[in-house]
Design a protein around this ligand. Sequence first.
Ligand SMILES: [Zn+2]
Ligand SMILES: [Zn+2]
Length: 177
Amino acid sequence: MIIDLNELRERGEPLVVEGDFAESQLKIRSETASLTRPAHARLRVSLAGERLRVNGNVTAELEVPCSRCLKPVGLQIDKNVDLEYWPDPKVEKEGEEIALSYEELSIGFYRDDVLDLSGVISEQIVLEIPMKAVCDEACRGLCSQCGVDLNETTCDCHPDTLDPRWAALLDLKSKLK
Ligand SMILES: [Zn+2]
Ligand SMILES: [Zn+2]
């Protein structure tokens, strides 16, 4: 969904966008996460001069694999957002270097008087996806040798069937004692 800033300017008042966004409308750049139902957003888009403010709420339900056992883990996202977008300085002021302070780096930029609101929603969802989700803090994961799910069963893998590189290290360790 594209917000045209010229239209917003003419309108003279904030635009409230509320609706469901299917995964196909978003750009969730994650190889493993998927929405289990359309995300929902209620966002108020307002302009103050050149500065565009997007505030409201984004909710989503996702599924990601457990980083240890690969079972799907459900994630609930309910996020209040308050974001600011400025005209892209690279486009606006050609040849003029603009130094941005650290705080200002949390500000986004728009180009050509348009803002891709679906992109904003996708970004907010992706930011909430943990790097390593686990189904349970106590998840035992998969056996590194035979691959069985150690939460459900045990296996006959023994330390002596360790990867030979590990075995060599253990051997060294015992010699050092
Ligand atoms: Zn797990
Ligand atoms: Zn095993």
